[in-house]
Design a protein around this ligand. Structure first.
Ligand SMILES: NC(=O)c1ccc[n+]([C@@H]2O[C@H](COP(=O)([O-])OP(=O)(O)OC[C@H]3O[C@@H](n4cnc5c(N)ncnc54)[C@H](O)[C@@H]3O)[C@@H](O)[C@H]2O)c1
Length: 263
């Protein structure tokens, strides 16, 4: 394996016989990569969700038939709205005959110096990124506890939950919150056999990010990685698959960093 130019790794059946629900899975980034990986890892059925209805329909179509899987479903959901979160989990429970794995991928960021940020911008990032993950986790825990079959939840945090970067106070605070939520919720969920962990990606460059982030910033961030590059979306998804799988049976409440060490 060439770490500077890694080849796509084939599936290893890590999620064989499991059902999967993923939020924010209709973009060009980690969410859709995780959905594709879950199918390649042999999941028996999958529900993907996103706030963007058009891309969601396209993403369901792209996944259908991969690895001979027909049980691919989509439902739009804004994780900032409690009723949509509950509707999504109820839909997934029904279509999948129980959710075994939930991947909370939805998160939102902007770049703004704190002294220039108004409450609305702060609240929006916190509400989607932290509160959205909390809403999905809370309701999924209630449902998994009632069903009594265990399960795994994987949250998407960020190394910014640990590190400082100008213009990112709101996003970093939200992601640090996701890590703390993961630790505390995992302790409660262990009582009914549910594991909760998080990944913490560093830079993961994909077409939508290339469009929205300044080129100079992306170059600077890539230069700070020991590999001199950001992660491929599927490299982050691979770590999610491990955390979701039974290989991680003795792992809960942890946040696994997905980065090559900062230089
Ligand atoms: N890309 C990176 O470098 C990076 C680094 C660290 C962490 N992350 C985290 O990874 C996750 C995925 O980000 P990504 O950049 O890979 O893009 P992605 O394609 O996985 O996610 C973007 C998708 O999120 C959807 N979305 C936005 N708001 C939503 C909402 N309120 N409810 C539901 N869906 C919503 C968008 O429609 C879009 O399709 C985020 O939580 C992000 O904070 C990304």
């Amino acid at each position: 394996m060439d770490i500077h130019n890694p080849a796509y790794v084939a599936g290893h059946g890590l999620l064989a016989d499991k059902s999967v629900l993923i939020t924010a899975a209709a973009g060009a980034g980690i969410g859709f990569a995780a959905a594709l990986r879950a199918v390649e890892e042999g999941c028996r059925a999958i529900v993907i969700s996103d706030i963007h209805q058009g891309r969601l329909i396209e993403s369901v179509a792209k996944l259908k038939g991969q690895n001979s899987l027909d049980a691919v479903y989509g439902l739009s959901c804004n994780v900032a709205l409690e009723d949509e979160v509950q509707a999504l989990i109820n839909f997934a429970e029904d279509r999948l005959d129980g959710v075994d794995v939930l991947i909370n991928n939805a998160g939102l960021g902007t770049t703004r110096a704190l002294i220039e940020m108004d409450d609305a911008e702060w609240m929006k990032v916190i509400d989607v990124t932290l509160n959205g993950t909390m809403r999905m986790t809370r309701y999924m825990m209630q449902v998994m506890k009632l069903r009594g079959c265990g399960g795994a939840i994987v949250n998407n945090a960020s190394v910014l939950g640990w590190r400082a970067q100008k213009g990112q106070a709101h996003y970093a605070a939200a992601k640090a919150g996701v890590m703390a939520l993961t630790r505390c919720a995992a302790l409660e969920a262990a009582e009914f056999g549910v594991r909760i962990n998080a990944v913490s990606p560093s830079l993961c460059v994909h077409p939508m990010l290339k469009k929205s982030a300044p080129e100079a910033l992306l170059r600077e961030l890539q230069g700070r990685e020991a590999y001199g590059r950001g992660a491929e979306t599927w490299e982050v998804a691979n770590i999610m698959m491990f955390l979701a799988s039974d290989y991680a049976s003795y792992l809960t409440g942890e946040t696994i960093s997905c980065s090559s060490q900062h230089a």
